[in-house]
Structures are given as structure tokens and as C-alpha cells.
Ligand binder design. Structure first.
Ligand SMILES: Cc1cc2nc3c(=O)[nH]c(=O)nc-3n(C[C@H](O)[C@H](O)[C@H](O)COP(=O)(O)O)c2cc1C
Ligand code: SF4
Length: 470
């Protein structure tokens, strides 16, 4: 096998890698110059299509193909660069922007030329203050040097790039939530169709691409589709930035060919599991993807292979390791809290389902679980998301997958927890107490120590069907 040469992170260790001077001295903007001087936009689209570059933002949709969905007779096109990066444990986009912002700008320039977009908005995660400052400075430099603005390289092509800081919400990373937020509205995902390519930001045809996806583009233009497809595994081509965090000795971001196994990533790049322990499980690509058990760690981290062990997909390729002393109930406690908090609330199955799951996990964790709760949670998880067709966006699937995977792979541990943590004076929420007492439900967050037997209160004393089992 040929030696792998990192390209996306190749400048990261160079001093002042965020500056135009360094980027140009290392061949930067040559691909864009050549593209604008010698290629027609459609030829660029075809080249990216041939490379089979798949989106790195989570869904893995083919990039070039997405660009072909733009209407042929469009009068205007907009580009939204998804730099929201709010999937927990994911930080590759941040490093790309902080350490090599001109690589991203070159990718944007080529992608906008290909799709005939004249304005690009970088929708940046609000918390990324350093990246914001670096991007603003890089855009200024690029404008002054003629890489952006009017008549770029004398080609007659114009492009402006603006940074728009996000609203600090996970849902604003979903492409139509992002567009709504960019337009100044609440970040509520839109019902599709129409897809953004037909009617996106400000009702114009819009391309939404992730930061890392766009950073691959200059390298494809420079080295060709065959080079790109020589890296990775079938249907998952090219280099990928993997992040590793959790219970490992080294928490890093590393560029590798798509398809490295989770075990190799942990052992060779994460320095192994910390404190000399073993791995119990690993989250393969952000918490919405579910989890791999220790026995499944030899699964390749690519777009196709992760479905076999029942994960949702590669997601953001952000691996989080759980050591053998971590309780699965605690992992579920964190994931359920996150999704219940981040659900935008438009779709009833997602809004209510994430809330119920969260309350059930809190109850089980604090000693009030029943064995039948696990099947009830599976039932809930099976009924929310795009997959069963009950919600507008994929957040709900992301909320369901950790539950599905944890119960399928760690049922014994969860049952043991339920059996051995039956506390006589466990805590439940005020809402549960109100329901049990037949009072008007007050969904306060206050938690009270309550009496034994509360959760077995007769169904007749409950306020609403279903809620009593939360
Ligand atoms: C709840 C949710 C959150 C998302 N967050 C992000 C994000 O932070 N960054 C991102 O690039 N894509 C995110 N996505 C995926 C985007 O909707 C979209 O597929 C992606 O930006 C397209 O770019 P790509 O094709 O280059 O991957 C999210 C999707 C969902 C359902
Ligand atoms: S699935 Fe959830 S997050 Fe997505 S639009 Fe519906 S309620 Fe909002």
C-alpha cells in the first residue's frame, strides 16, 4: 500500500499557517488560479462528481451530485458554508479554520465558481471566537490580494465571502435550520422538498457544504479524481480528519485515509485507552451515530461499514472512547439530556420523545427503573425520526440511535442497573409527583425526594395516557 500523504492538515505545523504569505508559499491558490483560467464551471462540477467526494458534515451525500441539482436556468446562486460544528466531540472544522483558513477560502472560491455562486456565507459556530477572528483576517487578506472580490484573476468572475456567526444551537447546523437562522429567523428546519438547491437562503438556489468537504476541493482540482479515489475504501474515498476524545491517552485530530478501523485509531493515534484500562465502547462519529461495543472496534470508520454493527453512519468521524469503568446509563444520561435540550420542538415525536426518553433515563439512573422501561424506550426510539418518517429533520434519528444501540448491545448491564439500583427513596421530578398525585402537571425542573411506590401509582390517578410511564 502506498504511503499516505496528508493534504488537509499539511500546513498545520508550519509557523503562521493561517496567513496568506505562508499559504501562497506552499502552493496555495494555484489550483483556484488554474481552475478559473482554464476550466468551465460545469467541468469543475463533473470533476468533483467523478472524484465521488462525499459530504463530510454528517450525511455523506455526494458533493458533485448535489451541485448538479441546482436549476439550469437559475439567475442567482448562494453558497452556505456549514461551519456550525456543534456535534459533540467534533473539532476538525475548527482546526481547519484556525490553522489554514485560506485552504477553506480556496475551496469556497472553486466551489462557488463551479456552481456560479457570487456570494458565500460562512455560518460559523458562535463559540468559535478564535476561528472568527482568523477567518475575518484571512478574508481581508484574500480580498486585498485579488483572490476574492471583483474580476478574480482577470476571469470576470466575482465572489464575496461573509462570516455569519451562529446562534449557539445544535439545530442551526442542520442545513435548513442554518438557512433560517442566516435569514435572521429562529433556527427551525424547513420541510423538504423544496431542497436548498432549488429554494434555499433568501428563497434562492443554495448550496450548503461542510468546511471539510470544501477543503477537499482544491486538492481534487490539483491532483485529480483518480488520485482522490486511490485513497480510502470503496464508496468512501479520500482523506478524512478524525477526532479522538474521551478516555484515551491522546485527544487529537488526525488526517488518515477513510476506512481506518476504530481500534487502530484508538491504539495508534489516541495512544490507547487511558489509565491502562480497556475500552467498553466507542462512539464512532458524534453522539448521534450510536455506539460500537468493544467487540465491534475493528469496524472500518467509513460511510458504509458502520451500518453493519447497527450504527447510524460515519457522522462527523468524531470518535469518543468509553473505558470499561463507564456506566452505559451515564452515557445515555448525557446523550438524552443533550437531545432533549437541543430539539427545536417543531415535531411532536421529537419534542415529546426526546423529553420522555430524558425523563425515563433520569428516573432509571436515580434508582426508579423498571425492566419493562427498556422496551418502552425502544418503542419510543423506533417511532421518532426521519427513518420512520415522523419528523422534519434528522436530529430525532440522532436522539434515537444511542438508545437503540445501547439497549441492543448493553441490555444486560442496563437490566442489572435497574435490578440493583431500586432505591426506596429515589428522586423524581416534580412533574412525576404531580402526575402521580393527580394534580395539574407543573413541569418544573425542581427535584424532590419522594415516597416509595410513587411510580406504581394506579393508572387512574395519572393525568394523561403515556406520560405516566415516563
Ligand atoms: C441536527 C443536525 C445537525 C447538523 N449539524 C451539522 C453541523 O454542525 N455541520 C455540518 O456541516 N453539517 C451538519 N449537519 C448536516 C447538514 O444538514 C448538511 O447535511 C451538511 O451541512 C451538508 O454539507 P456536506 O454535504 O458538505 O456534508 C447537521 C444535520 C442535522 C440533522
Ligand atoms: S426533528 Fe426535532 S429538531 Fe428536527 S425539526 Fe423536528 S422537532 Fe426540530
Amino acid at each position: 500500500m502506498s504511503t499516505f500523504e496528508p493534504v488537509l492538515s499539511r500546513n498545520w505545523s508550519v509557523a503562521d499557517s493561517h496567513t496568506l504569505k505562508v499559504y501562497e508559499s506552499r502552493g496555495g491558490y494555484q489550483a483556484a488560479r488554474k481552475t478559473l483560467a482554464t476550466m468551465a464551471p460545469d467541468a469543475v462540477v463533473n470533476l468533483v462528481k467523478d472524484s465521488e467526494l462525499r459530504g463530510r458534515g454528517g450525511a455523506g451525500f455526494p458533493c458533485g451530485l448535489k451541485w448538479t441539482f441546482l436549476p439550469k436556468d437559475r439567475k442567482a446562486t448562494l453558497m452556505c458554508v456549514n461551519a456550525d460544528e456543534s456535534e459533540p466531540a467534533t473539532f476538525n472544522n475548527r482546526l481547519l479554520m484556525e490553522r489554514d483558513p485560506h485552504q477553506l477560502l480556496e475551496g469556497i472560491l472553486i466551489a462557488c465558481f463551479a456552481t456560479r455562486a457570487s456570494t458565500a456565507y460562512i455560518y460559523l459556530r458562535f463559540e468559535y471566537i478564535r476561528a472568527y477572528r482568523i477567518l475575518e483576517a484571512a478574508i481581508e487578506e484574500a480580498r486585498a490580494a485579488g483572490h476574492l472580490g471583483k474580476n478574480i484573476y482577470g476571469s470576470g468572475y466575482n465572489l464575496d465571502v461573509w462570516v455569519h456567526r451562529g446562534a449557539g444551537a445544535y439545530i442551526c447546523g442542520e442545513e435548513t435550520g442554518l438557512i433560517e437562522s442566516l435569514e435572521g429567523k429562529r433556527g427551525w428546519p424547513r420541510i423538504k422538498p423544496p431542497f436548498p438547491a432549488i429554494e434555499g437562503a433568501f428563497r434562492k438556489p443554495t448550496v450548503v457544504n461542510n468546511v471539510e468537504t470544501l477543503c477537499c476541493v482544491p486538492h481534487i482540482l490539483e491532483r485529480g479524481a483518480i488520485w482522490f479515489k486511490s485513497i480510502g475504501t470503496p464508496k468512501s474515498y479520500g482523506p478524512k480528519l478524525y477526532t479522538i476524545s474521551g478516555h484515551v491517552n491522546r485527544q487529537v485530530c488526525v488526517e488518515l485515509p477513510l476506512g481506518i478501523t476504530c481500534r487502530a485509531l484508538i491504539e495508534e493515534h489516541g495512544g490507547g485507552v487511558w489509565k491502562g484500562r480497556k475500552a467498553k465502547a466507542a462512539v464512532p462519529g458524534g453522539i448521534s451515530m450510536g455506539l460500537l461495543s468493544a467487540a465491534e472496534l475493528d469496524t472500518p470508520l467509513d460511510f458504509e461499514s458502520l451500518r453493519k454493527p447497527g450504527c447510524l453512519g460515519l457522522g462527523t468521524a468524531a470518535v469518543t472512547v468509553l473505558d470499561d469503568q463507564t456506566r452505559i446509563i451515564d452515557y445515555l444520561y448525557n446523550t438524552c439530556r443533550f437531545f432533549a435540550h437541543e430539539s427545536c420542538g417543531q415535531c411532536t415525536p421529537c419534542r415529546e420523545g426526546t423529553g420522555w426518553l430524558n425523563k425515563m433515563i433520569q428516573r432509571i439512573r436515580s434508582g426508579g427503573g423498571r425492566l419493562e422501561d427498556l422496551d418502552l424506550m425502544l418503542n419510543l426510539a423506533d417511532n421518532l425520526g426521519i427513518m420512520p418518517g415522523t419528523t422534519i429533520c434528522g436530529l430525532a434519528d440522532g436522539a434515537a440511535w444511542p438508545i437503540k444501540n445501547a439497549i441492543a448491545k448493553f441490555r444486560g448491564e442496563l437490566e442489572d442497573h435497574i435490578r440493583t439500583h431500586q432505591s426506596p427513596a429515589h428522586e423524581v421530578s416534580r412533574l412525576q409527583e404531580d402526575i402521580a398525585q393527580g394534580r395539574q402537571a407543573d413541569d418544573s425542573r425542581a427535584r424532590l425526594p419522594i415516597l416509595n411506590g410513587l411510580l406504581t401509582a394506579p393508572a387512574s390517578s395519572r393525568q394523561a395516557p403515556g406520560i405516566g410511564s415516563v
